[in-house]
Design a protein around this ligand. Sequence first.
Ligand SMILES: NC(=O)C1=CN([C@@H]2O[C@H](COP(=O)(O)OP(=O)(O)OC[C@H]3O[C@@H](n4cnc5c(N)ncnc54)[C@H](OP(=O)(O)O)[C@@H]3O)[C@@H](O)[C@H]2O)C=CC1
Ligand SMILES: Nc1nc(=O)c2c([nH]1)NC[C@@H]1CN(c3ccc(C(=O)N[C@@H](CCC(=O)O)C(=O)O)cc3)C=[N+]21
Ligand SMILES: [Mg+2]
Length: 286
Amino acid sequence: MAAQIIDGRAVSKKVRQRVAQQAAQLAERGIVPGLAVVIVGEDPASLVYVRNKKRACAEVGFYSAEYALPQQTTQAELIELVRKLNRDERIHGILVQLPLPPHIDQKAVIAAIDPHKDVDAFHPVNVGRIMIGDYAFLPCTPAGVMELIASTGVEVAGKECVVIGRSNIVGKPMAMLLLHQNATVTICHSRTRELAQVVRRADIVISAVGRVGFVTADMVKPGAVVIDVGMNRDQNGKLCGDVDFAAVSQVASHITPVPGGVGPMTISMLLQNTLTAAGQAKDPQK
Ligand SMILES: NC(=O)C1=CN([C@@H]2O[C@H](COP(=O)(O)OP(=O)(O)OC[C@H]3O[C@@H](n4cnc5c(N)ncnc54)[C@H](OP(=O)(O)O)[C@@H]3O)[C@@H](O)[C@H]2O)C=CC1
Ligand SMILES: Nc1nc(=O)c2c([nH]1)NC[C@@H]1CN(c3ccc(C(=O)N[C@@H](CCC(=O)O)C(=O)O)cc3)C=[N+]21
Ligand SMILES: [Mg+2]
C-alpha cells in the first residue's frame, strides 16, 4: 500500500498563519519582528533559501534585511556586521547562512551572534540549552521535522527512531528533540557498520545525509515513518532528497516529499523563532 504523503507546505501554512496572528498582536505593542539574513558569496542554493525566507517574512508581516556580502569578505568584516546587527533594535533574529567560505571560521562567527538573536539556535549557549531541555529557540529544521511527525498522529514516545547524519545543524539536535519526546534514538553516520540493518529497526527514520538515493526501500521497515531532510540535485539538476521516494513510498506508512516537505517547515520555524525573539525583546514603548 502506498504511504501517506506528509504535506510540508500545508503544515507550514498553518504555522505561518499562527505566526502572522501573533505578529499582528505584537504590532499593537509597537513591535515588528525583524530578521536579518547574512549570506557570504553566491552559492546558488543558498540564494534560493534567502529568497524564500525573504518572501516568508513579508507574508507574516516581519521586517527583513538581507546582507549579501562578496565571497572575499574577511572574517573580521563579517563579525563586525554581526556585532552591528546585535545592537540594531529593529533586528530580533540574525541568521548567517552556512556554509561560509573556507577562509572564515564558522565557529567564531556563530559565537559572535547575540544568543538572544540566534534564531538558528547554533550558538553554543543555545546548543547547550537544547541539550539540557531548557530552550528558548528550537533548531529550525529539527523542530520542523517534529511538527511534521506530529501531523501524522504517530506517537514518538517509546519508538525506535534512527537519525542518519550527525551534523551540528541537523542530525545531533534532531536526535535531542526526539529524545526529549521519549524516543529511543540511534544516530548513524559514515562510520556506522551495517547501516541498512540499523535503519531497518526504525519506526521513524530521519535522513539528513545529502546524497541522492541514499535511503532505499530495503532499508525501511514496513509501516515506518520516513522524513527526508536531504536537499540535493539529481543528474538533471532537479531538487531531490536522500530517499528513493518512489520505492520507499511503497513500504513506509508516511513519507515527506522533496520539495514540499521539510524545507518549508524550516522556514516556518525560523519565523516562529524570530517572533519569539521579538516578543522577548525590550518593549520599545517602555
Ligand atoms: N530541508 C532543510 O531545511 C535543510 C536541509 N539540509 C540538507 O540536509 C542534508 C544534510 O545536511 P547537513 O547535516 O548540513 O550535512 P553534513 O554534510 O554536515 O552532514 C552529513 C551527515 O551525513 C553523514 N553521511 C555522509 N555520507 C554517509 C554515508 N555514506 N553513510 C552514512 N552517513 C553518511 C555524515 O557522516 P560523518 O559525520 O561521518 O561524515 C554526516 O554526519 C543536506 O542535503 C542539506 O542540504 C540541511 C539543512 C536544512
Ligand atoms: N544558518 C543556516 N540556517 C539554515 O537553516 C540553513 C543554512 N544556514 N544553510 C542551508 C540550509 C538549507 N536550508 C533550507 C531551508 C529551506 C529550504 C526550502 O525552502 N526548501 C523548499 C523549496 C526549495 C526550492 O524550491 O528550491 C522545499 O524543500 O520545498 C531548503 C533548505 C536551510 N539551511
Ligand atoms: Mg553541513
